[in-house]
Design a protein around this ligand. Structure first.
Ligand SMILES: [Zn+2]
Length: 684
């Protein structure tokens, strides 16, 4: 198809696009707010560029090289929220996307003769948007005009009598579609038939089911779920739904199929206990560290100003795990209802989990020559490497500690971990009042349980596939003066040799002589009056210092090496800059050739991780800056952003306000003292 025919298509549609509900302040904005965290500023040759692009006083970075001139689109770069640079999509990639888009707009019949109707025929808004994207891609791939990414979007938008805002959205939709064919610009307020989704509790059932799957949910998971006999029966269905219906439902259920979720507003972010932990534990700890962190001028050079008091800098190492999928560049085919839905058996393909540490000071945690690294690549699943357990985290942390001691002895180090149960695990025999009986028993004995481990150090499994358990005595109790307290009677005891003493005896030994007059625990289910501390035996034990302060395995490991350990507040991924390093690496990963073999997957993942940021961008941005510096530049930005969020919370801002402030003061580590007035002024 040439440019002429695309104009024809555009013109033929120009009469049905001026519908009232689609003006730029209405519907378009609704979606813009929906994904307000992304910032699709386009940079083109000749413009003054922010931050790093302006660094070079010679202006060399603004001058295109010959190769860039011969390929004008290579000069177009976007800056996203986190200060990452994204190239305009490659023309060859855009061509393939255009073909796929045309297949969606005009699906071929199985016979190969003629076309079937557009699968979302009742969604005119979507249809219109897809037509615009088609026109845009046709203009972009047309090499006779060489319009380039941004110009092509403007021309396409103009054909629909729309301006720059529409062009920006058009670029965003198209980019998302190029990255992931699952992502169609659905009209969030459309009129398609949703009666099934809203019948009974189906939407809630689906939501609950998707939550059990975790972070990486797919529309196919909805299809599979609706397919189960349980749901079929409950909602009197004869067949399952199609993949595209599932897509619509996911959109209606407020799932976004865009880039990495920002996660900031997930339920629980402002939950009372989470906020309490954030404000009382995490933020004060960060504020205290703040003085000792290195500062960077423009993210490249360390600011002069001497070392902090005590002469040692603090380096914060953020830890996280992330999963890369072999088939990440999904090419999901849109299946029409009349077609037999073929379950997507391959799914996301093989997966590889990466666990690593990153700091603004040194990047990924490895020795300066790169030979010793704390990075762990892990193949999750049965028959592969198993599951990433607390023991794996401990092993990785030991490696990290050894590297820090050997190569970075002049800094003080802090580890920040995600608040996951695997990270928080306490020793198997750790004190816990949870199930303790009130009195000793002659017949049974109260013990802690732990997984049974074979001589090879691996878990032993029972016939039913579950890990085998064994009982061990609970340990670690201490009286108020610090002397150890044995929770079991001696073997020589007349009545209860070797048996568990029971809560009453334990409390009496601690000076609570009235313990036998108290209940074992308040009913129902240990729900004591809020604030009560001595209402029942279990509550008193819960508040005893040795019970309340059981250290995690990670905590005692780090402490024994003089390294400070912090856990992030739950749901606060904006406080962990490593999230953006993953995001960056995943965008790079998607550009690499398909990982069909596991070895390819591993190779591609490592390559993507090492290329934060892309080295072609490196040359484009500033040829005089060394690769190492640019690599750190982005991590500095990510880390600065996380600290800016910390600062926002220390000012008492809530999640929404913090996100607004973080955006307003991009590039700053701390917010001005007038931030509260500004929030009021802007009604945030
Ligand atoms: Zn109680």
């Amino acid at each position: 198809m040439d440019a002429g025919s695309s104009t024809t298509i555009s013109n033929s549609r120009s009469d049905n696009i001026d519908e009232q509900d689609e003006d730029e302040s209405g519907l378009w904005m609704a979606e813009a707010i929906y994904t307000s965290d992304s910032d699709d500023t386009n940079i083109e040759f000749g413009q003054v560029l922010p931050d790093a692009l302006e660094q070079d006083p010679t202006g060399a970075s603004k001058m295109p090289t010959d190769t860039q001139l011969s390929n004008p689109t290579a000069l177009e770069v976007s800056v996203s929220t986190c200060g990452q640079f994204i190239f305009a999509p490659d023309i060859s990639i855009a061509r393939v996307a255009l073909k796929d888009l045309e297949t969606i707009l005009r699906p071929r019949r199985v016979s190969g003769i003629g076309h079937k109707p557009f699968p979302f025929h009742d969604d005119d808004v979507l249809r219109n948007r897809l037509d615009m994207m088609q026109a845009f891609l046709q203009l972009y791939r047309d090499t006779t005009n060489n319009l380039g990414w941004k110009a092509a979007s403007l021309v396409a938008a103009r054909t629909w009598n729309r301006g720059e805002a529409a062009a920006r959205l058009l670029r965003k939709w198209t980019r998302s579609f190029i990255e992931d064919r699952d992502t169609l610009p659905f009209n969030l307020y459309g009129t398609w038939n949703t009666s099934l989704l809203h019948s009974g509790d189906l939407a809630q059932d689906i939501f609950a089911h998707l939550q059990t799957i975790g972070k990486y949910v797919r529309a196919q998971d909805v299809v599979d779920f609706v397919c189960t006999s349980e749901i079929q029966e409950q909602y009197s269905l004869m067949k399952t739904i199609s993949l595209c219906t599932a897509q619509q439902w996911m959109n209606l259920m407020h799932y976004r199929w865009t880039k990495e979720p920002s996660g900031q507003y997930s339920d629980g972010h402002e939950r009372e206990d989470v906020v309490a932990y954030r404000q009382e534990k995490y933020i004060p700890a960060i504020v205290e560290l703040q003085q000792k962190l290195r500062c960077w001028n423009d993210g490249l050079e360390e600011l002069q100003g001497g070392s902090p008091a005590g002469g040692r800098n603090v380096v914060i190492w953020y830890h996280d795990e992330s999963i890369f999928y072999a088939h990440d560049r999904r090419t999901v085919r849109w299946v029409h209802e009349t077609e037999k839905a073929v379950p997507h058996s391959k799914g996301e393909g093989a997966s590889l989990m990466v666990a690593d540490f990153v700091s603004a000071d040194y990047g990924w945690l490895h020795s300066p020559d790169g030979k010793d690294s704390a990075r762990v690549l892990f193949k999750i699943g049965k028959g592969r490497d198993g599951y990433f357990t607390n023991e794996e985290i401990m092993k990785q942390t030991r490696t990290a500690l050894a590297i820090l001691e050997k190569y970075f002895p002049d800094d003080d180090h802090v580890f920040i971990f995600d608040n996951a149960t695997t990270h928080q695990k306490r020793p198997d025999n750790a004190l816990s009042a949870r199930n303790m009986p009130k009195y000793p028993s002659k017949r049974s004995n109260f013990m802690a349980t732990c997984n049974e481990v074979g001589t090879d150090g691996r878990l032993i499994y029972r016939a039913d596939g579950k890990p085998a358990k064994k009982s061990i005595p609970m340990a670690g109790a201490r009286l108020h003066d610090g002397t150890p307290q044995d929770l079991y009677f001696p073997l020589t005891d007349e009545n209860f040799p070797g048996k568990f003493k029971g809560m009453v005896n334990i409390l009496i030994e601690r000076g609570y002589h009235h313990a036998d007059k108290l209940r074992a625990q308040c009913d129902p289910g240990f729900k004591c009056t809020p604030g009560a501390r001595s209402c029942c035996c279990r509550r008193i034990l819960f508040n005893e210092p040795d019970f309340a302060n059981v250290e995690s395995n990670l905590g005692s490991l780090c402490r024994s090496h003089g390294v400070h350990l912090l856990f992030l507040p739950k749901f606060h991924c904006e406080l962990n800059p490593i999230e953006q390093c993953w995001g960056y690496a995943k965008r790079v990963y998607r550009e690499s050739p398909k990982s069909s073999k596991e070895s390819d997957l591993e190779h591609n993942v490592i390559k993507a991780l090492e290329s934060v940021p892309l080295d072609s961008i490196r040359r484009l941005v500033n040829p005089s800056v060394s690769a190492d510096h640019l690599y750190l530049l982005n991590i500095h930005r990510f880390a600065t952003r996380a600290l800016r969020f910390s600062d926002a919370y220390s000012h008492g801002l809530n999640g929404k306000q913090a996100a607004w402030a973080a955006k307003q003061y991009r590039g700053h580590r701390v917010l001005p003292n007038t931030i509260m007035q500004e929030l009021t002024k802007n009604k945030i």
